[in-house]
Design a protein around this ligand. Structure first.
Ligand code: TMP
Ligand code: ZN
Length: 415
């Protein structure tokens, strides 16, 4: 460990216990900070160092950039770009309509981080009262353009009070890939307790710590993900605010996620799945620091293997192109030291990323047609969490002799 890593100490964002980083991914830019060449001189960097709180089991970043550096009018992430994610959120919305809404008069659904309305639109289309809370203006504008009621704000206790004053309490609160972005988790928990009806539920899902540890998918760690949750840490974080973990459901999205259902304490019985998940997490060691020290070693091993592969291909003069300029890829390119000499460009379907450079590593991002126009020898699958969708779509690439380089759970070249 270098000296700076030893200096990375702080207090747990949830329980205030002293914590210290168990590793550092080094100097990192904003994961979604795609930039033009003339912006390189002003690029922002911070130290990406995760810590584990032995007291409440929360996995968290020691340092996080100011929220306005990450979520702003130019936020480059539009949820609706993936067809699979659209289907996933439709299924999520339908599950809520089937399991929670029946028997409720004029139910009110609030979603935190509603992005471009990928999930709320299903409530809107059925005339269900809804409100999206989305701090990034550009994506919120897309949702509003579709008729989905959306306010641009950060959720906290004060905003919960304002929503209650204007709309009344919520039957359901939803969030997907959002809760792990909010540093003031206790503030959100208190706000949720205030906003929910006594028989209301808060259902949210995020990348799951158990999957990240099992697969060494360290690219889940980036500026926006201030936390990576487990059932253990969620139960402990919400209990002091009167919300109890009553259900869990694993999801395949984002390389392995968990859906958590919280309810005011005593309002409904907890499913047996909760106790089972907590036991599974103890067996996996998610509540012990040694597990994270081993994770650090696994990350170093993964980095060495990936760079060995890329270096070899570079020496052989093979063309390697990145597939999907994901936020996660910022951690991989910067932690591993991948340069435009290793990866010629990154193909991405998101218009506002195209023509820009990837954060930190400055690999050009180009439109998808450039990938199909002249297939490279290898495609480095940065969007590995969309592997099923992509491999189905890219059969012509394989037929042309192309090969995938993957790095989760292990570094390998696959057909
Ligand atoms: P995500 O992993 O954070 O969801 O980001 C996915 C990124 O990958 C997004 O910028 C869109 C891009 N992408 C493609 O370019 N092609 C694809 O087929 C898929 C699924 C995603
Ligand atoms: Zn803690």
């Amino acid at each position: 460990m270098s000296r700076t890593q030893h200096d990375l100490t702080g207090r747990c964002r949830v329980c205030d216990a002293p914590i210290s980083a168990f590793m550092s991914f080094g100097r990192m830019p904003i994961a979604n900070g795609f930039l033009a060449a003339e912006e390189i001189a002003n690029e922002y960097f911070f130290e990406l160092a995760p810590a584990f709180c032995s007291q409440c089991s929360m996995f968290q970043l020691i340092e996080q950039p100011q929220p306005d550096k990450m979520f702003h009018g130019q936020y480059a992430f539009y949820s609706s770009t993936s067809r699979y994610m659209q289907l996933h959120f439709e299924a999520f919305a339908k599950a809520v309509m089937a399991d929670v809404l029946p028997g409720r008069a004029d139910p009110f659904v609030v979603e935190l981080g509603s992005n471009d309305g990928i999930m709320l639109r299903h409530f809107y289309e059925r005339g269900i009262r809804h409100l999206g809370v989305e701090p990034s203006q550009n994506v919120a504008d897309v949702a509003r353009g579709r008729g989905i009621r959306t306010i641009s704000a950060f959720f906290n206790r004060k905003l919960a009070q304002d929503i209650v004053a204007e709309h009344g309490r919520a039957d359901v609160m939803l969030a997907a890939n959002v809760m792990c972005h909010i540093p003031d988790l206790p503030g959100v928990a208190a706000g949720a307790r205030h906003l929910l009806k006594p028989d209301g539920v808060f259902i949210f899902e995020d990348p799951y710590l158990g999957d990240m540890i099992a697969k060494t998918s360290y690219d889940q760690v980036y500026d926006e993900h201030v936390f990576i949750f487990s059932a253990t840490s969620i139960a402990r974080a919400f209990a002091p605010h009167g919300l109890e973990l009553v259900d869990v459901a694993p999801q395949i999205t984002h390389g392995g996620s968990m859906r958590y259902t919280l309810a005011p304490k005593g309002s409904r019985p907890a499913s047996a799945r909760v106790a089972e998940q907590l036991a599974k997490e103890r067996a996996q060691g998610l509540d012990r620091l040694e597990t994270y020290q081993r994770f650090k070693e696994n990350c170093e091993h993964s980095r060495a293997r990936l760079m060995q592969t890329l270096e070899q291909l570079r020496k052989q003069g093979r063309r390697v192109v990145g597939y999907g300029a994901t936020s996660k890829s910022t951690t991989v390119t910067n932690y591993c030291g991948i340069t435009p000499q290793h990866v010629e460009f990154i193909s991405d379907t998101t218009p506002i990323k195209q023509g820009k450079l990837s954060p930190g590593a400055h690999i050009p991002v180009r439109p998808y047609d450039e990938f199909t126009r002249a297939y490279p020898d290898y495609a480095l699958l940065f969007a590995w969490n969309h592997a099923a969708e992509i491999r189905e779509k890219e059969q012509a690439f394989l037929a042309a002799g192309g090969r995938w380089i993957v790095y989760v759970p292990d570094v390998k070249v696959v057909a």
